[in-house]
Design a protein around this ligand. Structure first.
Ligand code: F6P
Length: 327
């Protein structure tokens, strides 16, 4: 049984996401409120392995709630995937007496936390920090709302130029293996079609619909493609459309890492603050090895191994909405 938690380390791991700083701030300040000693672990698990661990006080997290990126930096650490690497990381925590961890990241980061806490009996709390929203047990992940809003702003601008030239634009958004950014940003920008990995892409159907629309003189079309769509990305889709509709004026825009940066939205700051606060409360009240999420606006705790194994599911009705609204 782990000791009462008195010294807490916090790290950000995997791809950064807007709102991670707000979460770090909430963790550090809640820990200090409870008289815990707080430590920032730099560059995710790499800092734990390479002994880059710094004490944090209330001032260390001043003026960061509004900033994108992560002041703790982040990385994907190969050494932590080995038992030897984790043993070294554990020694570095032990040197300082750190006996509780908050890991802010995606499911890869939670996998590491789960294995580590099984091996070393150190309680770990996960906070879902990823723009992809591909984690079960929470309605939102930290950074998703900002990323979607960035995508919406960009796609609105693309629509202006698409409209001026009567063009078909294929916009590719991030999301790794998940289609949430595509689905949300596509509906919010009135896309004609949204291609996501969670539903099979029927390219013949897509070409047929576009041909029908061009007969009706509807020439401005936006298609939002998730980077992980099983058919391929925007370039592949554009190539096929160009072959089958040689007169169509087609352009591709890949939004890329712009979706990862920028000031977090109010929603991301809010959920990050609530989740960060709850993470420390969990460590102190003995609710260990869970991911803190928010479901129906209430805090929700999912055992880390479930958060790792299960994905969110897409409601098929959302895709029906896209079809009905795109005329
Ligand atoms: O997981 C966040 C994410 O931005 C994905 O949407 C994307 O596929 C990936 O990270 C990109 O990773 P990297 O920054 O290493 O290129």
């Amino acid at each position: 049984m782990a000791d009462k938690v008195t010294k807490i380390g916090v790290l950000t791991s995997g791809g950064d996401s807007p709102g991670m700083n707000a979460a770090v701030r909430a963790v550090v300040r809640t820990g200090l409120y409870h008289n815990c000693e707080m430590f920032g672990i730099l560059r995710g698990y790499s800092g734990m392995y390479e002994d880059e661990i710094i004490p944090m006080d209330g001032r260390s997290v001043a003026n960061i709630i509004q900033r994108g990126g992560t002041i703790l930096k982040t990385s994907r650490c190969k050494e932590f995937m080995t038992a030897e690497g984790r043993a070294i990381a554990y020694q570095n925590l032990q040197k300082r007496g750190i006996n509780g961890l908050v890991v802010i990241g995606g499911d890869g980061s939670f996998k590491g936390a789960q294995i580590f806490s099984n091996e070393y009996d150190i309680p770990c709390i996960g906070l879902p920090g990823t723009i992809d929203k591909d984690i079960a047990g929470t309605d939102f992940t930290i950074g998703f709302d900002t990323a979607v809003n960035t995508a919406v702003e960009a796609i609105d601008k693309i629509r202006d130029t698409a409209d001026a030239h009567d063009r078909l634009f294929i916009v590719e958004v991030m999301g790794r293996d998940a289609g949430y950014i595509a689905l949300h940003s596509g509906i919010a920008t009135g896309a004609e079609n949204i291609l996501i990995p969670e539903s099979k892409t029927n390219i013949d159907d897509l070409v047929h619909t576009l041909t029908e629309k061009s007969k009706r003189k509807k020439l401005v079309n936006l298609i939002v493609v998730a980077e992980g769509d099983e058919y391929g990305g925007a370039e592949k889709v554009s190539q096929v459309i160009k072959e089958q509709m040689p007169t169509a004026d087609v352009r591709v825009c890949i939004l890329g890492h712009i979706q990862r940066g920028g000031a977090p939205t109010c929603l991301d700051r809010l959920i990050a603050s609530r989740m960060g606060y709850s993470a420390v409360e969990c460590l102190l009240n003995g609710t260990h090895n869970v991911m803190v999420g928010i479901v129906n606006n209430h805090m929700h705790y999912t055992p880390l191994d479930h958060a790792v194994k299960e994905k969110q599911t897409i409601d098929p009705e959302w895709l029906k909405i896209v079809k009905i609204l795109a005329r």
